[in-house]
Design a protein around this ligand. Structure first.
Ligand SMILES: C[S+](C)CC[C@H](N)C(=O)O
Ligand SMILES: N[C@@H](CCS)C(=O)O
Ligand SMILES: [Zn+2]
Length: 342
């Protein structure tokens, strides 16, 4: 490893990037939890087409605060506030292209700043660290979030994946091209393509990574509402195969999906790829894109999923966190469940 020519070295780096990181973290990785949820808990009003990305414009201090909350809870990977941050979305609010691009970069800067603050605090507390037997700080990655096209539509379309016939592979690539280039050169450690609702969008991201020669790794994370297919109805196996064939993709999995579907989905994913599997479910509630409110799902009750984490690890997942309506308490619970088991 690492002794080949340039091309070979780049490829090798990508293919072992996540497994190396999992190793450094002790065999499993803790991802953060619901970002928007925690912003709202601190008083942010996200009833806006920019949703959580609105805070990049009007309350960056809250964005930093939420990153720190999740780092304190034990997260090894924090996702930036850029899920619903798109150049087109910022322009619709009257910002210039330059201002929009600066906000994308700022989402990564704030997360990196939070990581520095967290590391500084760890240094100051290093005496306690040693006393607790922890001699080294835990490794932390900053993942630049890219929400799906449905997120930009701001009507909950990321839970249907129905974009209509006007949206094609080329439309999706063009929509994301500049945003992905900017985030790839922003200082982030990887790009997290999140809440991918259909196969077309997975294909668009894979082709974009290739065409643009994106040099940082990426993960692909899909969402499901039946435990069998992704939300659009496309088979999970076909979606995961696209991720599996893309050399920049270093992990693949599921987010913003009810906990009750996770075990089966891990099993299905493992049949198609040997790349590390990530899961970060939501609370099991259902999102109403019109009112922008969450409601308890009728019939199926999802218990607090922290108690399933060890089973999900046994099923083959290696990265664990929470999505919408989960909190630092969830993440602390996940970190504890995994360290107790180790
Ligand atoms: C992951 S969903 C809860 C994000 C918000 C949605 N795109 C909206 O704007 O309503
Ligand atoms: N990471 C996103 C949600 C993805 S569904 C956020 O909370 O901003
Ligand atoms: Zn979510």
């Amino acid at each position: 490893m690492g002794s080949g020519n340039m091309v070979e070295t780049t490829t090798t780096t990508s293919s072992t990037f996540m497994s190396d990181f999992i190793g450094k973290c002790g065999g499993y990785v803790v991802i953060d939890g619901g970002f928007a949820t925690e912003l709202e808990r601190h008083g942010a009003d996200l009833n806006d087409p920019l949703w959580s990305a609105k805070c990049l414009v009007d309350s960056p201090h809250l964005v930093r605060r939420v990153h720190l909350d999740y780092l304190d809870a034990g997260a090894n990977i924090i996702l930036t506030a850029s899920y619903q941050a798109t150049i087109q979305g910022f322009e619709a609010k009257g910002l210039s292209k330059e201002e929009a691009e600066a906000l994308l970069r700022k989402s990564v800067e704030i997360a990196c700043e939070a990581r520095e603050i967290y590391y500084d605090r760890c240094m100051k507390d290093s005496w306690d660290f040693m006393e607790n037997g922890r001699t080294s700080r835990s490794p932390i990655l900053v993942a630049a979030s890219v929400g799906s096209y449905g997120a930009y539509l701001a009507d909950g379309s990321e839970y249907s994946g129905n974009y209509g016939d006007a949206i094609t592979l080329e439309t999706l690539k063009d929509f994301n091209r500049r945003r992905v280039q900017i985030l790839a050169n922003s200082g982030a450690d990887l790009i997290a393509f999140e809440t991918i609702p259909n196969k077309l969008e997975a294909k668009a991201y894979a082709e974009l990574l290739e065409e643009e020669g994106i040099e940082i790794p990426a993960w692909f994370s899909f969402n499901s509402k039946d435990g069998i297919n992704v939300v659009s109805g496309d088979p999970i196996s076909e979606c995961v195969s696209i991720a599996d064939s893309c050399k920049q993709v270093v992990a693949v999995g599921i987010n913003c999906t009810p906990p009750r579907f996770i075990h089966g989905l891990i099993t299905s994913i493992r049949k198609v790829t040997s790349k590390p599997v990530l899961i970060y479910p939501n609370s099991g509630e259902t999102y109403d894109g019109q009112t922008k409110q969450w409601a308890k799902s009728s019939g199926n009750v999802d218990e607090d999923f922290v108690s399933y984490i060890v089973k999900w690890r046994e099923a083959g997942a290696s990265l664990f966190g929470g999505c919408c309506r989960t909190t630092p308490k969830t993440i602390r619970g996940i970190a504890t469940a995994l360290s107790d088991k180790n």
